[in-house]
Design a protein around this ligand. Structure first.
Ligand code: ASP
Length: 291
């Protein structure tokens, strides 16, 4: 049985086949590929996009969705997550989608269940469906010609599971990630090129991915206010000029901290396209893993 814990669970050929299905699902219309199937979503961390995207994807495929309300589940009565999952598994769902703050937790469940586990984000570790939808958005924009392209990943890279998944996935398709961040937000011990300012690389990159500052994962205070950070790292029309660059962000965007109001209106920003692509990519993933 196949699970999706990190993007390395899928070969390049599997990802290419997945994107064929994604194109088929791109109008986000309903079908019956998963009719009669039941998908459980189990989110132990906040989520707006990923959870609704997975749930809409499953419903568009004709599956039923059971969303466990973690706050009122037996977790609050002291049950371990392993026991919760074992109990859910005994009800024979066709897939379990899980988000948790602990790195590696979704992967540790795969021996305990009889259905695919889909990692919807585990701590700072991985967010495979986000990276797969980011890559899909880039591939479609460049008509499949990704070899030699460069992407600046800007902001709080160190604690971002989106960045962690993208720096592993994108190079497999010939895209070089360049990290743009203050030293305290850069990766430690990385072979990637890391710079302090977007102006150093803006003339060579094809894509800019802005990230949110993940205050909830910081153990110390780096800035007295996010405005202080924004002075150097907010993506503005001045930083982009008239360059032909694609602007991405996994959401949620902190307006005028990550990206200026003006750039959020700019045609080069493909954030809502990422969101739509996210549903289609997740439809393709659910179809692949469940069928
Ligand atoms: N939505 C993304 C995540 O769950 C990015 C973020 O929260 O900033 O990791």
């Amino acid at each position: 049985m196949k699970h999706l814990i990190t993007t390395s669970d899928f070969s390049i050929e599997e990802i290419e086949a997945l994107y064929e299905d994604t194109r088929m699902f791109n109008d986000l219309q309903s079908n019956s590929y998963l009719s009669g199937k039941v998908v459980v979503t189990l989110f132990f961390e906040n989520s707006t996009r990923t959870r609704s995207s997975f749930e809409i994807a499953a419903k568009r495929l004709g599956a039923q969705v059971v969303s466990l309300d973690v706050g009122t589940s037996s977790r609050s009565k002291g049950e371990t997550i392993f026991d919760t999952v074992a109990n859910l598994n005994a009800m024979k769902p066709d897939a379990i989608i899980i988000r948790h703050s602990e790195c590696g937790l979704p992967g540790s469940l795969i021996d305990k269940v009889d259905c695919p586990i889909l990692n919807a984000g585990d701590g700072m570790n991985a967010h495979p469906t986000q990276a797969l939808l980011d890559l899909f958005t880039i591939i479609e924009h460049f008509d499949g010609k990704t070899q030699g392209k460069k992407i600046a990943i800007v902001g709080d890279v160190k604690t971002s599971r989106v960045a962690a998944s993208n720096v592993k996935l994108l190079p497999r398709f010939g895209i070089e990630p360049i990290i743009v961040a203050p030293e305290h937000f850069q990766f430690e011990n990385s072979d990637l090129r890391q710079v302090n300012s977007l102006s150093e690389v803006i003339d060579e990159v094809d894509v800019v991915m802005s990230l949110r500052t993940q205050l909830e994962r910081h153990s110390q205070v780096y800035y007295n206010s996010l405005q202080e950070y924004a002075k150097d790292y907010c993506i503005t029309s001045e930083s982009f000029g008239d360059r032909d660059i694609l602007l991405l962000h996994p959401g949620p965007v902190n307006r005028n901290v990550d990206i200026s109001d003006e750039m959020l209106e700019d045609k080069r920003n493909k954030i809502l396209e990422q969101v739509s692509n996210g549903v289609a990519v997740r439809m393709a993933i659910l179809k692949k893993l469940i069928n």
